[in-house]
Design a protein. Sequence first.
Lengths: 821, 350
Amino acid sequence: MKQVFWSLAALLSHWRKHPASLVTLLMGLSIATALWSGVQALNTQARNSYNQAAAIFTQGNSQNIIAQQGGYFNQDLFIRLRRSGAKVSPIIEGRIYLQKKELKIIGVDPITTPKNLSVELVHSLKSSFDLIDKAGKAFISPETLQGLGSKSDDRLKTDRGILLPPLQPLSSVPPGVIITDIGIAQNTLARAGKLSRLVVDQRNNLNSEQVSRLTNNSLRLVAPDDSNDLTRLTDSFHLNLTAFGMLAFVVGFFIVNASVGLAFEQRLPTLRTLRALGAPAYLLVFGMLIEIAAFTLIAGLIGVTGGYLIAQELLPNVAASLEGLYGAQISSRLALDKNWFFSAFAMAGSGALLANTAGLVKTLRLPVLNVAKPIAWREINHGYLRRQALLAFLAIVIAVLTYSLGKNLLSGFAFMACGLLGTAMLLPFILALLLLVGESQSQQPLLRWLFADGRQEIPGLSLALMALLLTLSANIGIGGMVTGFRETFLAWLDERLIAEIYYETATADDARKIEAWAQSDREIDAILPVWRAKTLIENQPVELMGMTFHDTYIRHFPLLSSKENVWENLHSNDSILISEQLARRLNINIDDVLNLPTGDKDWRVTIAGIFPDYGNPKGQIRIDHDRLALHFTDASRTHYSLRVAARSTGSVMARMKAVHGEKIIRIVDQEEVKKISIGIFEKTFMITGALNTLMLIVSAVALFTSLLTLSNLRLRQVAPVWAIGVSRQILAAIELARILIFAAGVALVAIPLGVFITWGLVTIINVIAFGWRLPMHIYPMHWLMVFITSLLTALLASLVPVIQLARSKPIDLLKGFTDAR
Amino acid sequence: MRAKYIIAPPLLLICLTSNAFSEENMNFLSQEKKEFETPIPGGQIIFPKDHGAHTKFRTEWWYLTTNLRGDDGKEYGCQWTLFRHASEPLTRNGWEDRTMWMGHAAITSENKHLYTETLARGGVGQAAVENDPFNAFIDDWSFTALDNNFSKALVTASADDFSYRLHLESTMPFVLQGVAGYSLKSEQGQASYYYSQPFFRVDGELKINKRSVHVVGQGWMDREWSSQILAPDQKGWDWFSLHLSDGSKVMLFRLRGNLTYLSGNWIMPNGDTTALTANEIKLEPLEETKIDRHLVPTRWRVNILSHHLLIETTPLNPNSWMSVSFPYWEGPISFTGTSQGTGYLEMTGY
């Protein structure tokens, strides 16, 4: 027992002697854990919000019944099903605007709501007799209520002027949602007698055939998973986020690995001495395992806290991104579970274990009787480089394999990750090569020493430099993609939004009246109906929009590829335009034939053109206005755009509001639509920017900690040069120059690697994840910025070690000669 | 009477306000709603108009209990109930309507008591009572008259584990309870309009867990509507419908408050009635059954002095507990003594 205690004490004393190493190690582990768990917290939070939103309908795996082609259906069908014995409960969903904010309104019938939906929400609904009495109640999440600047029991008017029941905060209501009685919701949405889905009571044994038969094919039964579109749509986004989290973890892990490697080197004499004194190898390994457990505990705790803080800080960005991309509402109050908590510790533990594996194995195999021989840097260098080269080669081979074999998002990420890591692992060679060239080109002894010694420094710094490389190339790569996307998007928006005024009416009847009125208005040049319908192709929702034969489209509507006379084709025969994402998903091209499901049968259409539809998670099809009306009798006939002279926009809009008032749900001019679209776009990439900055900070820390740990060891290398008369100041300057050379080398490698990332994102990841392929852009000015950033990061990180060296005491340098191992 | 007018408001309200029956809820029921009409002595009952819904009254029900014998030689009881409860004395279109509907259905045998409940809002067509011809329905359950004078009717109900389809037939006139249909429920003046058809012959089919059985027997239909609720001190009631061996029918009820309120009606085989007053009726519990945490008197001694009736009733299944929004005991009984026969017993507030 005594032996165990003293062996452990001797092992641990190392950290007392080298507190900087301890701090670095814990910091690296904490940062890696924090970044990873932060990203996981964001993913969990988002998924919880989707589930909460979907739980209203799918709690306890309830099946749902929806219209055959999506959209609203007649309440009579609900009655018909109930009268046939089906225990279903009606629901209407729609969008309303409250103080210019878009909210989802859900109307439920608390009387028939299935018992298996007995979540707090439904309970509250049921317990509120007020819901169906007097004015009723409108349940809303407390934060959404706060966001509206309202308080409990306030009554708000929708932007269409309909007074809502008193608002009632309820935490189980998903954010951005108002839940109220079905009758109230129908009136608010101007959809009297319409429903959007039926929830099936679990006790019911309904099958698809029964539903189709009882409703004459108007409705269909969907499995619980199918109705949660949000989870499916956002999957790619979360995979992207996870990839980012993984990258961040790798960067953090590099720090840990660097400090663990150095710590082991420093502790080697102690280990040998302990073995020589009779401590068995397994005891030492046991001691080191205890050490790892302690690190895990401490770093796990710090990491969890850090992860929480990171998640809290990034949550608004993620929420903005998800809202921009998918219209998904994420709760802004972070709620985490114990799974998340423990997974953070698991991550910290596996990180620490992985980083220590090499050390543990070496300890077990340590030859006791060998004389403690000093390990020259070059010697480690040799073996190290060989191993690294092998790994790099392996990674690149895997990258090539995944590229040629894989076709999904995961293989896309695997390809990029392996390509990235492979290149990063080649970095030491590239740097060594650069230094070799420098050495051969310089005549001055001191300069030659600068380069030669630099090569010896590579193994100690390589992980930190690789981290910097990953960060810089991610910055170049993602920045290039985002900037390119923005340019493409803006140009596309300018062409897509040509009409000056866009409006939506409450009902088709209102639309007809306004259309008739607009025809006699002299300032209005053209009325362009944009009627909409929904259908399902291969079980995925697809939007259909009508187009009239008009110059607005012929001259401006952006197309990626099309037949000759595409517009004549579209309007004179059964041709359609299809969005890029949908064409890709269905794997169809120009002149291909598609069977488009309409109300009762399939309609055979030919693809006449493919158009870009950036940012739309759903597939879209454009068809001739009259054909839409003919084949989709249930199309919503309430969306229109108007062509007017630019200077008349304001006056026409004012007149429309004055004359038609409540008939119009929403009216906006082109400028406003563009502003909204660009706002959404900016929101979409908010999280990307935030994570990029965070990673840059982490890699600066990695570089700093590596330099700091090295600086002590470096004294031995520097001492002889000092002894032959080179001043400490000059030595420090040389040290700085060397680090800047490294940084410049890293930045140079980061540029092609960054372009590789852009290319991968644009041509592989985006295409698989979102379905659109952007033109590839490169931005040399951005590269220059990154180059400067790299130098600045290195300068900042090396400041403390270099100043330390400049101020080091001669006695410390002299020690370099006595500290032989 | 069917003391169901007392049930109906709590049933509907409680299913909206809480799962548990409580005194508090009952107190709420004793508050009179002024805007509704209330039954008045001398108010006339007119057919077929009064088979339909009375929207100016707050609460109403259509009730059928049947004592049946199956081809398998076993005894069965079936219950079919539709309750209407309104928050205002008028109807509106669509979801704005403030009427609530609740259906209860049950099949009871010696060793099974299967029951179910379904709820609906008025105004949208999920539940309603149409008149001329009479048709009361909720979801796929219905009570439909097959001719103009209500001498033939079809009753259906279904649940996950049972369903039934019963043909009713009777040429006897409807029986007015109380004084010409005005049925007093307490000394303080709470009352309802109440009429019955206790002479239905029943022929039908039951399905229990997919097993079908043909049944025949006797049925008792009750119709009652009111707006006045329980007297503040009344906590529950015990209600009997009896088919005597000589073809007479007896309806008895006891309301349990600070004072016990007893009332009843003796119906001769030709349909003539004699009101039974409190001092003619003696009801005495003989045996209690514990169902969950409810202690319910399931065997009774019934003594009607004026008609020399002294019988002891036995439930077909003592566990005939309806664990619905508002739980109560309802099931078929048989009796022996100075007369033999079958009937139904309903008990609430235990």
